[in-house]
Design a protein around this ligand. Sequence first.
Ligand code: ZN
Length: 287
Amino acid sequence: MNILVVGGHPADMFDHCGGTLYHHIKQGDKVTCASITQGLRCHDEVIYDLFRERNRELSQEEIDSIIKERTEVKYKEVKEACALFGIEDIHFLDYDDEILCVTPQMVSKVARLIRAVQPDLVITHWPYEEDTFSNHHAVTGQLTLAGITAAHGISFEQDAPSWNVAQVAFMISDIDFRGDCFTSCGKLPYMNYYVDVTDVVDLKVKAINIIGSQKYNIPGYAKKTTETWNGVLGVRIRVPYAEGFALQWPEIGKTIPVSEHRMWLAKGDERELLEAISDTRAMDVEL
Ligand SMILES: [Zn+2]
């Protein structure tokens, strides 16, 4: 299978779905990742802190040079983190994350990428995250859906032939399932697919900790965020750690699938079920 991941910010490419991608790569699937923005304004340690207070003191040349330098730092970290999962084919679309809207130019760029990669499965953000309109993840989800539609159509400008994506999986973050603002009411996703990432959660912790440019190397953070995201999702489906997805299209088969895990869920006694989620990992990973 050929998989394309489209994230809003560079680190999204692995912290939302790295465990799942690891499994796909292990079974021989091809994974390509793309980040829409540089993620500098909302995440970068230097730019976020420095520019909030001191940007009027800096010349345009100094600002450009800082942005260039910080972009390189972030991209280097992200490549290093992605490598832990075996992800090597990484694209940075380099958009500024000051104002992110769905524009024809950006949709066209995503469509071009889809035509070039020819993915069977596209993984992206829930297109209704938080307020739907200004949230970078939500806009990325919308851009990607628009790009998928455009890639399937006829383009007279793009060289590659049109391409139809078979399935879309929205990667569900902790923000998506807790509904923390009024405008997300009624738009929470229903996670209809979980991936058990217990075997790879130590790599997730290590990868998150690499992103020092986003302060993710603050002692305790990588383990805490993994517990409160993948740990919480795991508890829902009774495995220690999981990544949650909402599949865009219904799947089809000759019969109705019921996983072995769900069979076990139905029969497991309370002690067994609680024991299954009590397996805490990655706490002793050295960072
Ligand atoms: Zn993000």
